[in-house]
Design a protein around this ligand. Structure first.
Ligand SMILES: Cc1ncc(COP(=O)(O)O)c(C=O)c1O
Length: 380
């Protein structure tokens, strides 16, 4: 018998009650679905800490990234995008695909995006229409200081777009208070639902931009989504992933019951425990600032060992799924997950499996030392 454990930073484990809620098929043009969608859209506002309208799309998170660019910008609009990882690069790629002029700030993978770089770039480009930032750069484990960036953008006419796909529901993000105009997320990480739903919270400033934007869009058109969601009860323009919306309803209920502050505190504690284990095992972190890195812990493979071999061994022999490196970090790092439906014992299992894999690959580790360090934090 081999049991599988999914510890990747997306998709993440799904609580059984969320899975069970997806069993019964209902019709999306029914009163039941209307009431469900109304509740879920209200619940998303709670998770986003926003009074702004949250649009829901049936797609992975990238769909809402694309929809935000297509619906709120025009070709040749200038945007400043921070590219310090695979997902920051995606913001550059999507903007370029829609003909925007992109000022890409490429910072070192593993380093945080620097607000001073934004201030400088805005000074040199006063005609900037948008600033694009990844909150939690899942490919490196870095979590950026959205609040500090928001303060700088708020003093300009530019829209502030934040990719919170892996950070929402894990790391504090005050959408309205921090001036985020387009806050994008997805179902399969902090929200504890399978992949397939994408969301974006849209500010009035962004709706004003959408009125004059000329990039082509159809499926991800904000106008179409808003028109349908404005009905009473709300609808979606096209067939939504009905069962995922049912699951999301339950997941939001769980987040409400725990309370956002407790959810963030749990993520902080699990991250600190994981970091303590990594340190005890004598391994090196990729993320330079770990004070906010609560979503995933990115670790350099020990010298002479391929990170891919660690990931494969953990998967194939122990059924423990962690993530490898992406893009230029492929084979060099592995990523331990702790976002979403995780508890202390998920960290113990994950670290235990890592120790056993390292041991099997001939890395000198004292079995149990990482687990003990993690448990010290978890017990505290
Ligand atoms: C920060 C971030 N942005 C974007 C994406 C892409 O989202 P999706 O795969 O749901 O389209 C991910 C997924 O891992 C992510 O973590």
């Amino acid at each position: 018998m081999k049991k599988d454990y999914i510890f990747t930073p997306g998709p993440t484990p799904v609580p059984p009650e969320v899975g069970i809620a997806q069993v019964k098929m209902i019709h999306h043009r029914s009163a039941d679905f209307g009431a469900l969608l109304e509740r879920v859209l209200e619940g998303l506002k709670y998770v986003y800490q926003t009074d702004n309208e949250v649009l829901l799309f049936t797609s992975s998170g990238t769909g809402a990234m694309e929809g935000s660019i297509a619906s709120c910008f025009s070709p040749c609009d200038k945007v400043i995008a921070f590219a310090g990882g695979k997902f920051g690069e995606r913001l550059v790629e999507i903007s370029s695909a829609f003909g925007l002029e992109v000022v890409a700030i490429e910072h070192e993978w593993g380093a945080n995006a620097d607000p001073a770089d934004l201030a400088r770039a805005l000074g040199a480009n006063p005609d900037t229409k948008g600033v694009l930032l990844t909150q939690s750069e899942t490919s490196t484990g870095v979590v950026n200081d959205v609040e500090a960036f928001g303060k700088i953008v708020a003093a300009t006419d530019a829209l502030f777009l934040v990719d919170a796909i892996s950070g929402l529901g894990a790391v504090d993000l005050k959408t309205d208070a921090w001036g985020v105009d387009l806050c994008v997320s997805g179902s399969q990480k902090g929200l504890m639902v399978p992949p397939g739903l994408a969301f974006v919270a849209v500010s009035d400033k962004a709706w004003n931009a959408a009125r004059i934007a000329t990039c082509p869009s159809y499926y991800f058109s904000f106008e179409a989504a808003r028109k349908s969601q404005s009905k009473s009860p709300p609808e979606t323009p096209y067939t939504p992933a009905i069962t995922l919306v049912q699951g999301l309803d339950v997941a939001i209920g769980m987040l409400r019951e725990e309370g956002l502050d407790a959810v963030f505190a749990r993520h902080r504690k699990l991250a600190r425990a994981t970091q303590a284990a990594v340190e005890a095992l004598g391994l090196r972190f990729l993320a330079q600032d770990r004070s906010r890195a609560f979503v995933t812990t990115s670790v350099w493979a020990p010298d002479g060992i391929s990170a891919g071999d660690i990931v494969k061994l953990m998967r194939n022999e122990f059924g423990v799924f962690i993530a490898g490196g992406q893009g230029k970090l492929k084979g060099k790092i592995f990523r331990l997950g702790h976002v979403g439906y995780f508890d202390p014992f998920d960290i113990v299992v994950q670290v235990g499996a890592l120790e056993m894999a390292l041991n099997k690959l001939g890395v000198p580790v004292e079995l149990g030392s990482g687990v003990a360090a993690a448990m010290e934090v978890l017990a505290g």
